[in-house]
Design a protein around this ligand. Structure first.
Ligand code: NI
Length: 210
């Protein structure tokens, strides 16, 4: 059990390709234990292996809240098999200390992965929850994608990044997400015309980072 160093935005390992885990060996189990220790030490709700310098397809989550108890979870070689809908997510990331911004996310997501014993499982969290957000955020880390790549307000975010002495947005990394853009626009215009409740922000804004 050890607390590992969390790498910060700007470190190339966060953009590097990750390798599938062939066998859940003792070494992998130790890495997972250390990832939990590191995540809890930083008061985070999720952590992906690249954030501790390991280019492996592993992430851990603990999205328990007062109202939604949940067991800590390990995702090995995860695959997102379904995604739809949209929500505006207020997120942080342990590799961006102190930075919280609004990003675009899918509301519904289904993920398949293996647990710490190598057993396959499938999970479909309630739409628009902290868990739904965290799964997408951590899965992205395994693809070399960072939450700022889903940014809504690029220049506003640059100001926040500068204030935290982090590199600014890499414009070529911003994702083209027409489906999410359209969904978000429709949601906001409905809210403005009073036909629906304002765009719901995720409760990730308890300012927990992943
Ligand atoms: Ni993160």
């Amino acid at each position: 059990m050890a607390i590992l160093k969390v790498v910060e935005y700007g470190d190339p390992v966060l953009r590097a390709p990750t390798k599938e885990v062939v066998k859940v060996s003792k070494k992998i189990q130790r890495l997972v234990d250390d990832m939990f220790d590191t995540m809890y030490a930083q008061n985070g709700c999720g952590l992906a292996a690249p954030q501790v310098g390991e280019s492996k397809r592993i992430f851990v989550l603990d999205c328990a809240t007062e109202t939604h108890p949940m067991q800590p979870m390990v995702f090995i070689n995860p695959v997102i098999v379904k995604k739809s809908g949209v929500f505006l997510s207020h997120e942080g990331c342990l590799s961006f200390p102190g930075v919280y911004i609004d990003v675009k996310r899918y509301a519904h997501v289904t993920i398949r992965a293996k647990d710490i014993k190598g057993r396959p499982f499938s999970l479909t969290p309630e739409p628009g929850t902290l868990l739904a957000m965290a799964i997408q955020h951590e899965f992205d880390h395994l693809e070399g994608i960072l939450f700022v790549d889903h940014v809504i307000d690029r220049f506003g975010t640059d100001e926040i990044l500068k204030a935290h002495h982090l590199p600014t947005i890499e414009p070529e990394m911003i994702l083209d997400e027409p489906e999410l853009d359209e969904g978000l626009l429709a949601m906001l215009s409905e809210a403005e015309s009073g036909q629906a409740a304002p765009a719901k922000k995720s409760k990730a804004s308890r300012e927990k980072s992943a």
